[in-house]
Design a protein around this ligand. Structure first.
Ligand code: SF4
Length: 662
């Protein structure tokens, strides 16, 4: 039967210089789709327990989702996964662009890379050949330079312009907070995936296949996309509204929880991209200020400095990921602006603006453009880097770090020059920057100041405060890749309307903020539904912003049925999401990662609570809520280990015995 899967994966062993093309049985796709689901199934079975994340036994996986190439909108995301050197457990990161369809056009759903090369190499694939090639001349280049140089050398010899994912200096120098880039510095940033690629001496993966991608019922998929496209086309916003975002956030900080309409988020992202969130986040309590210890009072003027209209004014072009009509990305002209040495940069994401803005009390948007470009080129995660620099400033302020230790830099809040100097040092792994380049946990183990080190299970949290959204706090801790902010937020649950596709997902109702602090079955079912739907989206290759539109706009269940020729209901698909999440948790258990050892930093848990601002007086009940979340998943509430009956119900034991065929 025709469905959307390529049906094959490529496994390259860089130590042996060999490769195998393997067929994946249909039962695997039916159980976990592709994308992160396929990666979880494969990595659990092939990475030995206790493997060194930077050694030859670790496997770096690149995967496209089930819906990629079917014509379904917002399904062009690619996922990279491995054992994380940052946490010691499951690691993954996700990015847009056109790399996902390129994997499928080579004839694969995923590419797995094990072993380590002795010298720098790159992997070249099209639909006819697989070659491990010398990368000596590209090693040492930043990600943008390397991509350009590879295009220059390869394009004329390929039947189509290749798609390239590569590492910059961050991955080459094994920075544990480095990621993997494509399309001129767009980065799959989290979990230290760049360091894993660097440890394999793999500079780039170059894909130039032209195989057609498949779909069971293309007309039905097209009709769904037409419906969504016409809704998005009708949306527009009068200009100048960005100024009011800060005020809106202030109101949100004081109002009870109200379910949002998903179309509102789409409208904002269409107009401004993710920087739409910055001013709102600063005033509402969502965005961390002054290393998660400040209040909007500390960030005075910032809502207006980071008004997304200022960014739109220097935008020269908008861009879209593959098969996405929303187009939240953009290129900015930054030539000649203060602090900048580049001509252009990608529009910085909200996470970058917050991590190098209010988190450090840095009031220079221009410096953030420069930092964005520097880190995009180096392939370093701005969330982790911002949290690490915030720790350094607070340690310096409290006498834990001296001027001698910081290479003579005076670290103080809002000191733009010093922040820029640290960024450069981190990229070069020079002096004090060498210690910062491995993230905040390692730096605080070396120098002290653990009370200021904001990490969750080893990974620095995304720029959203759990005190503002206790649901998010559950995922920060319970997620197999802890600290990720893209698994579930209470604030978005209402917009998604999951209760309309899933019989057990509770409806979102207006409620007081205090209710979110309670440990209730409803709260646990909401967090379970959030996580299952996110895993389903990842298996499909969907964009998180598609999720946020809600199930009535981005019809994931209908898309999957049309693309695969299936007729399943939402409950069936949510169970696929549950299976993927349980497999990722099992990966952690097998690798010796103890879920029960993970907790929020005391400051984020509200211990002690803040004395003023929108988060005033809030202390979380996070550990109890996490245990209820595990119980809702059918995992042991004390240990987080999936129970035998859950493994049986989800068919995971049988699934782990299915073999790929040569
Ligand atoms: S919404 Fe933005 S990030 Fe998501 S697929 Fe579209 S362009 Fe890419």
């Amino acid at each position: 039967m025709i469905n959307s899967f390529a049906g094959k994966v490529l496994h390259v062993n860089l130590s042996a210089g060999s490769f195998q093309i393997l067929s994946v049985p249909e039962s695997v796709y039916a159980a976990v789709l592709a994308g992160k689901g396929l990666e979880a199934w494969y990595l659990y079975r092939h990475i030995p327990a206790g493997a060194d994340p930077l050694g030859p036994d670790n496997i770096l996986a690149f995967a496209a989702g089930a819906l990629c190439g079917t014509g379904a909108f917002l399904t062009g995301r690619w996922t990279v996964a491995c054992k994380s050197p940052l946490t010691g457990g499951w690691g993954d990161a996700n990015c847009g662009g056109v790399f996902a369809p390129a994997i499928k056009q080579c004839g694969y759903d995923a590419i797995f890379i094990s072993g380590c090369s002795e010298k720098p190499v790159y992997l070249f694939c099209d639909d006819k050949k697989v070659e491990i090639r010398d990368a000596f001349s590209y090693w040492g280049m930043d990600a943008v330079e390397a991509e350009k140089a590879l295009h220059l050398d390869l394009d004329s010899a390929c039947r189509k312009k290749p798609c390239i994912a590569c590492i910059g200096q961050g991955g080459e120098k094994l920075s544990l907070i480095s990621g993997i880039c494509n399309e001129g510095g767009r980065i799959a940033a989290r979990s230290g995936v760049g360091a894993v690629m660097g440890s394999k001496k793999l500079k780039a993966v170059v894909l130039a296949g032209m195989k057609p991608m498949r779909c069971a019922n293309p007309d039905a998929v097209k009709a769904l996309s037409k419906e969504l496209g016409s809704k998005l086309l009708k949306m527009s916003m009068p200009s100048g509204l960005g100024f009011f975002l800060g005020m809106g956030g202030r109101m949100m900080g004081h109002l009870p929880y109200l379910p949002l309409d998903g179309s509102l988020t789409s409208l904002m992202f269409k107009e401004w991209g993710t920087p739409a969130n910055t001013s709102l986040a600063i005033t509402s309590g969502d965005g961390p200020i002054k290393n998660w210890g400040g209040t909007p009072r500390d960030a005075r003027l910032m809502p207006s400095i980071f008004n997304p209209e200022h960014i739109n004014k220097i935008e020269t072009a908008k861009y879209h990921c593959y098969s996405c009509p929303l187009g939240c990305g953009g290129k900015l002209k930054i030539k000649g602006r203060p602090y900048t040495t580049f001509d252009e940069t990608h529009k910085p994401e909200y996470e970058t603006i917050q991590a190098f803005g209010a988190l450090l009390l840095n009031r220079s948007l221009d410096s953030i453009y420069q930092i964005n470009e520097l880190f995009n080129r180096a392939g370093i995660d701005t969330i982790s880097a911002g949290n690490t620099i915030a720790w350094a400033i607070e340690c310096y302020e409290n006498g834990i770090l001296s001027k001698n230790q910081t290479d003579g830099l005076e670290l103080s809040w809002g000191n733009t020059e010093a922040i820029l100097a640290l960024v450069r040092k981190m990229i070069a792994r020079e002096g004090f920057g060498d210690y910062l380049a491995d993230g905040v946990r390692k730096a605080s183990e070396r120098f002290g100041g653990k009370e200021y080190a904001m990490h969750i299970g080893g990974q620095e949290p995304g720029m959203h405060d759990a005190r503002n959204d206790p649901q998010l706090g559950i995922h920060f801790v319970a997620e197999p890749a802890p600290g990720k902010h893209t698994v579930g937020m209470g604030i978005e649950y209402g917009a998604m309307s999951l209760c309309d596709i899933c019989s057990w997902a509770p409806p979102a109702k207006p409620h007081s903020k205090e209710e979110d602090l309670e440990d209730t079955e409803t709260m646990a079912l909401i967090s379970k539904a959030n996580a299952c739907y996110t895993m389903l989206t990842d298996g499909a290759g969907g964009c998180y912003y598609g999720q946020m539109m809600g199930v009535h706009m981005w019809k994931l269940v209908d898309y999957l049925n049309a693309a695969e020729g299936w007729q399943y209901d939402g409950d069936h698909y949510m169970e696929i999401g549950e299976r993927i999440q349980t497999l990722r948790q099992m990966f952690n258990i097998r690798q010796g990662f103890d879920p029960a050892s993970v907790s929020l930093p005391k400051r984020m848990a509200g211990e002690p609570p803040l004395p003023s601002g929108p988060l005033k007086g809030i202390s979380l009940n996070n550990q109890t809520q996490v245990r209820s979340h595990w119980r809702a998943f059918g995992w042991d509430p004390d240990t987080g280990i999936p129970l035998p009956e859950t493994m049986e119900r989800l068919g995971i034991n049988a699934l782990l015995n299915v073999e790929e065929n040569i």
